[in-house]
Unconditional design. Structure first.
Length: 389
């Protein structure tokens, strides 16, 4: 390799001799020349004087800014002759080509492991030394690598630089974006339950689902003692006791504890039923309703009561049924303290206190607190007598 300036040659020769006389006082890292040390020290000071005029992102070094700007232009000048993959940086191409040659030039002296990339090799070595020189100024947490610190700092800044082209959702890390794209937008469900065959997009969802079959309910309500297999279900349940209904329908003013409930309710006003059963043609507002309905045709009943052996198509049906055995009454009136097994019973009772009787008989104009009482009353007019001696 040739150089135009003697100083550049001298600095380059330190690479071959291994001489590194410039040490960072912050983390102890050693460099072969002073300029490399100066560049490195900006990691610890946090100084980023070079700003991108397109997106405003700042960088420690001019070379990093130049490389970043290629993300806006889409320029990838370095192309692999074997597979056609293109790269923004020369070293990325060099590292990529080792995949084809299977070359791993970096070996760890501690454990003998080989690496294709110098960055992976450097990261690996910190495992043996235990050094964590990069600390967060916000919370004091320390990291082995600067990239880990940068990722962590996004928790404090709220920065989500990686956006999805499909739905606009943003993420802290590119790996999160890639996972989001590959699973959610493709609709792919690769994790299947061995018990019932139900598939999930995430392994965490499968793990939560398996708890249903195991019968384990580790999340218990402090108010009424009811237990749940999922933490999210417990949090939803607790809103019953608090009376919190933060999601309100703009059409009718009805409040809901969950956004999903509001979304489902709004289809009542639009009348939209886009999910149709291929067996009988019955249409539903929600895909989950269609899935539940289809079990009627297959006669699949996955959920069994351990007390009496009764089978149910839906887990909600089983949960409601189990109140017969447990005597549980989770819906308590704050006015008089009376408790009820079912929500509709609680609503009908509460109207006694409010004086609301929304169900009117079209025959005589009499009002009732619940639909059930109205139907019983209407038998007077139809002379319907269901119960014969």
């Amino acid at each position: 390799k040739a150089f135009t300036v003697l100083a550049l040659l001298t600095r380059h020769q330190n690479i071959h001799s291994g001489e590194k006389s410039f040490e960072c006082k912050e983390c102890g890292k050693i460099f072969s020349c002073g300029s490399f040390l100066v560049q490195h020290q900006s990691i610890h000071t946090g100084e980023k004087p070079f700003e991108c005029n397109v997106c405003g992102k700042a960088f420690r070094l001019q070379v990093y800014l130049s490389e970043h700007q290629k993300t806006h232009t889409g320029e990838k000048p370095f192309k692999c002759m074997l597979c056609g993959s293109a790269f923004r940086r020369k070293y990325q191409l060099n590292e990529h080509q080792r995949i084809h040659t299977d070359e791993k030039p970096y070996q760890c002296n501690e454990c003998g492991k080989y690496f294709r990339r110098r960055s992976n090799f450097t990261e690996h070595q910190s495992i043996h030394t235990g050094k964590k020189p990069f600390d967060c100024k916000e919370c004091g947490k320390v990291f082995r690598l600067n990239i880990h610190l940068i990722r962590h700092q996004r928790c404090h800044s709220g920065e989500r630089p990686f956006g999805c082209d499909e739905c606009g959702r943003t993420f802290h890390l590119p790996s999160q974006l890639n996972y989001h794209k590959s699973i959610l937008h493709t609709g792919q469900k690769i994790f299947e339950c061995e018990e019932c065959g139900k598939s999930f997009k995430r392994v965490s969802s499968l793990v939560e689902h398996r708890i249903i079959h195991a019968g384990v309910k580790p999340y218990e309500c402090n108010e009424c003692g009811k237990a749940f297999s999922r933490r999210s279900n417990l949090m939803q349940h607790q809103k019953i006791h608090s009376g919190e209904r933060p999601f309100q329908c703009k059409e009718c003013g009805k409040g809901f504890t969950l956004l999903a409930q509001l979304t489902r309710h709004q289809n009542i006003h639009t009348g939209e039923k886009s999910f149709e059963c291929e067996q009988c043609g019955l249409a539903f507002r929600l895909k989950s309703q269609l899935s539940q309905h289809q079990r009627i045709h297959t006669d699949v009943k996955l959920f069994q009561c351990k007390e009496c052996g009764k089978d149910f198509i839906h887990s909600t049906g089983l949960r409601i049924h189990q109140r017969i055995h447990t005597g549980e009454k989770p819906f308590q009136c704050k006015e008089c303290g009376e408790a009820f097994q079912y929500h509709y019973q609680f609503l009908a009772h509460f109207r006694i206190h409010t004086g609301k009787n929304p169900y009117e008989c079209t025959q005589c104009g009499k009002y009732f607190t619940c639909d059930r009482d109205l139907k019983l009353h209407q038998r007077i007019h139809t002379v319907e007598k269901l119960y014969q001696c």
